[in-house]
Design a protein around this ligand. Structure first.
Ligand SMILES: Cc1cc2nc3c(=O)[nH]c(=O)nc-3n(C[C@H](O)[C@H](O)[C@H](O)COP(=O)(O)OP(=O)(O)OC[C@H]3O[C@@H](n4cnc5c(N)ncnc54)[C@H](O)[C@@H]3O)c2cc1C
Length: 409
C-alpha cells in the first residue's frame, strides 16, 4: 500500500523548522556578511547559535552524537522546510558540503577519527570540505584523478591541485581524494585521506568568484605541496575512494534536491503573490493566461519534484542502494527547479532581476545545482548506459530475412 501521509510528529517538526527559518533566519538575508563568496564563517556561527537555541542544530546526526538520526524521508520534509531560506540549512547545519561529509564520516571513519574530525562539525563549531575536483583532472570523470599520494616510510606525501572546493577557507576537517601507488601490501588506487585544514602543505590559494553565494566561504582553489600525512590519516581502506564517494553522493544528491525544492517553492510563492497583485491591461497579471500557465507549470513541477524525492527516499529507507534512482532524481529536479526559478524571474518582470526580492539570488544559486554532484549530462549518460546494458528478450528491430531484404509488415 502506498501512503503519503506524514506522522503528526514530523508535521510538527516541519512547522517548527518553517517558523524558525521564516522568523529568525530570513532577516539575515540582508546581512552584509552574506557576501559574494557566500556567508562568512562569522555569520554562520551566529546562525548556528540561533538553531542551537531553538533545538534545531544538526538534528539529522546519529543518536550517539545527540541527533535525532532522521530517516531519508524525514530529511526530505525537514530540509525542504529549512531550504525556504538558503541560510536555513546553514543555520541548522544541514547544508552542503558538511551535511554529506558528516554522513560519510559517520559511516566510515574510525572512532578516533570521528572524535577529532566529525564531532566538532556536528556540534557546529567547525566546517568540513570534500576535495576531489581538479583543474584538468578529476571532474565529471573521477578516473582522471591527478593528485598523488606517495608512501614515505609509514607516512604519505600528497601533491596536487584542486578547485571548486566548497568552504575550503577556514575549514577544520578535510577529506582529500588522491591516487595512491600500490605499496608492498598491494593496496593502492584512489584513496581518501582525512586531515586538519591547518596541516602544513595545505594552501588555499584563493576563493573563486562564482554565480552562487549560498555556500559558507565560497569555493576555493587549493594546492597540496608535500602534504605529509600519517598512516592514521587514511579514511577507510586505501583504493576505495570511488566507492566511498558514491556512498556519500547518493544521499547527498537527494539532500541537495530537498533544500533547493524549499528555495524554489519560496521563489514560486513570491511570484504567485506578485501575479495576484500586479495589474496590467486591466487585470491582475496572473489572470492573463501566459502568466497563469507559468504559475501552473511551477506548481506541477514542484509537486512532481517532491514526489520524485520522496520515492527515492522511500527506497533508501527500505535499505536499497537507490544509486540510479538518486541519479535520475538529481538530474530531473535540478533541471525542473531551474525552470521554476526562471519562470519566477519572468513573472516578476524587471524587478525579478534585481535584489528587491530573493528570487534573483535563488535563480543564480540554483543554476550551479545542475553541475555539482554530477552534471545533468553525466547522470543521463549513466541512465542511458544502464538501459543499453539491460538484457532484452525481444529484438527491437526484426532480424533481416536471409536475402538481406527486410520482410514487410
Ligand atoms: C558550486 C559548486 C560547488 C562545488 N563544490 C565542490 C566541492 O566541494 N568539492 C569538489 O571536489 N568539487 C566541487 N565542485 C565541482 C563539481 O563536482 C564539478 O564541477 C563536476 O563534477 C563537473 O566537473 P567539471 O567542472 O570538471 O566539469 P567537466 O568534467 O569538465 O565537464 C564539462 C562539461 O562536460 C560535460 N560532460 C562530461 N562528461 C560527459 C558525458 N559523458 N556526456 C555528456 N556530457 C559530458 C559535463 O556535463 C559538463 O557540462 C563544485 C562545483 C560547483 C559548481
Amino acid at each position: 500500500m502506498i501512503d503519503f501521509s506524514l506522522p503528526q510528529e514530523l508535521v510538527d517538526l516541519r512547522e517548527r523548522v518553517r517558523s524558525f527559518v521564516e522568523n529568525e533566519i530570513v532577516p539575515f538575508e540582508r546581512d552584509p556578511r552574506l557576501t559574494a563568496h557566500g556567508p562568512t564563517d562569522e555569520l554562520r556561527q551566529d546562525l548556528v547559535g540561533l538553531a542551537r537555541k531553538a533545538g534545531l542544530l544538526t538534528i539529522q546526526a546519529p543518536r550517539r552524537f545527540g541527533g535525532r538520526e532522521l530517516t531519508h524521508i524525514e530529511q526530505a520534509v525537514v530540509y525542504e522546510a529549512a531550504g525556504w531560506s538558503t541560510l536555513g540549512p546553514v543555520a541548522m547545519n544541514c547544508a552542503a558540503p558538511d551535511e554529506a561529509n558528516m554522513g560519510l564520516l559517520a559511516k566510515i571513519a574510525d572512532p578516533e577519527q570521528q572524535e577529532e574530525f566529525l564531532r566538532p562539525v556536528i556540534e557546529g563549531g567547525a566546517r568540513s570540505v570534500f576535495a576531489m575536483t581538479e583543474p584538468g583532472g578529476a571532474g565529471s570523470d573521477p578516473n582522471q584523478l591527478l593528485t598523488e599520494a606517495v608512501r614515505d616510510g609509514d607516512d604519505f606525501v600528497v601533491n596536487g591541485r584542486k578547485w571548486l572546493i566548497t568552504g575550503a577557507n577556514g575549514a577544520l576537517t578535510w577529506i582529500i581524494m588522491a591516487r595512491l601507488a600500490p605499496g608492498a601490501d598491494g593496496l593502492g588506487g584512489p584513496t581518501l585521506f582525512l586531515t586538519r585544514g591547518d596541516t602544513p602543505g595545505i594552501e588555499v590559494e584563493r576563493v573563486m568568484n562564482t554565480m552562487d553565494r549560498n555556500y559558507v566561504e565560497g569555493h576555493g582553489v587549493v594546492t597540496f605541496r608535500d602534504l605529509r600525512l600519517p598512516a592514521s590519516a587514511v579514511l577507510g581502506t586505501p583504493g576505495d575512494a570511488f566507492r566511498y564517494a558514491q556512498l556519500r553522493l547518493t544521499p547527498a544528491r537527494l539532500t541537495h534536491c530537498m533544500r533547493w525544492l524549499g528555495a524554489a517553492d519560496r521563489a514560486h510563492s513570491i511570484a504567485v503573490e506578485h501575479a495576484r497583485t500586479r495589474t496590467a491591461f486591466g487585470r491582475p497579471i496572473g489572470e492573463h493566461q501566459g502568466v497563469g500557465f507559468q504559475l501552473a507549470d511551477n506548481e506541477i513541477a514542484l509537486d512532481n519534484c517532491r514526489l520524485a524525492i520522496w520515492h527515492a527516499c522511500w527506497l533508501l529507507d527500505r535499505g536499497e542502494q537507490g544509486r540510479h534512482e538518486a541519479s535520475k532524481v538529481k538530474c530531473y529536479v535540478s533541471e525542473e527547479l531551474f525552470r521554476v526559478a526562471d519562470r519566477c524571474v519572468q513573472v516578476l518582470g524587471g524587478i525579478g532581476v534585481t535584489d528587491e526580492t530573493v528570487v534573483e539570488m535563488i535563480f543564480r544559486d540554483i543554476r550551479a545545482f545542475r553541475l555539482y554532484d554530477g552534471p545533468t549530462e553525466v547522470h543521463k549518460h549513466a541512465v542511458a548506459r544502464r538501459l543499453l546494458r539491460a538484457r532484452t528478450t525481444t529484438p527491437a528491430v526484426p532480424a533481416p530475412a536471409a536475402s538481406g531484404i527486410p520482410t514487410p509488415g
